[in-house]
Design a protein around this ligand. Structure first.
Ligand SMILES: Nc1ncnc2c1ncn2[C@@H]1O[C@H](COP(=O)(O)OP(=O)(O)OP(=O)(O)O)[C@@H](O)[C@H]1O
Ligand SMILES: [Mg+2]
Length: 234
């Protein structure tokens, strides 16, 4: 039986203006409204400087909007204090970056474990859960390596494991295949699409990689801070 999809993210009229009180403010996000349900995969494309990373940072609670409303699992996150926002983000948002952003001084398994630790969990159970996640993502053979010994595709696999560690309902990725060769990129796309669907995550991926579109429920386009359904010719 299909369970009804519930709305994980609901953004209404989001604006982001950098340098609001300076002589040269930049409005990177303009009046963006967006809903993403559990199990839904949304692609955001658009030219350089159109505001894609700025929007993803807002949706991921990494920055606050200048105005508008953002509800994640019914919580109005714009009302949270900075401390509460960090706590909320850790629990509810998994973020994947183009350049992986693994901690170079920790091994692969420690890079995943630290997310449990930050959420206040530690002990032998945590090591086991991190190992299990690496197994599920087929990267466990690298568990005790440092990131510098891994290929780009392997690093991104670890970054996906890390993003899933707290089992967040919302998964965001900014150009996840942008630093990868063709084949590693393909493997990462398949992994992301599979975990998104199997684990019923609400997913937004900023990408120009047309191979991802095959898995997308919706393809959106950003232009000068405005988000819309991508026209067929773009
Ligand atoms: N922290 C910041 N302070 C001031 N301006 C910023 C900041 N971050 C981004 N901008 C500006 O906001 C606009 C949108 O930038 P953003 O990085 O969101 O675009 P993007 O679509 O992700 O571009 P790219 O495809 O190059 O990654 C740009 O004009 C950029 O210069
Ligand atoms: Mg960007």
């Amino acid at each position: 039986m299909n369970t009804p999809q519930y709305r994980v993210l609901h953004a209404q009229n989001l604006d982001k203006i950098y340098g609001e009180k300076t002589p040269n403010p930049v409005q990177a996000v303009v009046d963006v409204s967006l809903e993403i349900k559990a199990g839904e995969l949304v692609i955001i494309s658009g030219p350089n400087g159109s505001g894609k990373t700025s929007l993803l940072s807002l949706l991921g609670c990494m920055t606050k909007p200048s105005s508008g409303s953002l509800r994640i699992l019914q919580q109005e996150v714009t009302r949270l204090s900075q401390d509460k926002l960090s706590e909320f983000r850790l629990k509810n948002v998994g973020f994947i970056f183009q350049t992986f952003r693994l901690l170079e001084f920790l091994t692969v398994v420690e890079n995943v474990e630290i997310i449990f630790n930050l959420a206040g969990r530690s002990g032998a159970g945590v090591r086991r859960r991190a190992q299990l996640l690496l197994e599920e993502l087929n990267i466990d053979r690298r568990a005790h390596f440092f990131p510098k010994a891994l290929s780009g595709g392997e690093k991104q696999r670890v970054a996906i494991a890390r993003a899933l560690a707290n089992d967040p309902p919302l998964l965001l990725a900014d150009e996840p295949t942008g630093s990868l060769d063709y084949h590693s990129g393909q493997a990462v796309i398949e992994l992301l699409a599979t975990v998104a669907k199997e684990r019923k995550k609400a997913v937004a991926i900023v990408s120009h990689d047309r191979r991802i579109e095959h898995y997308a429920d919706r393809i959106l386009h950003m232009e000068d801070g405005h988000l819309s359904l991508r026209p067929p010719h773009a």
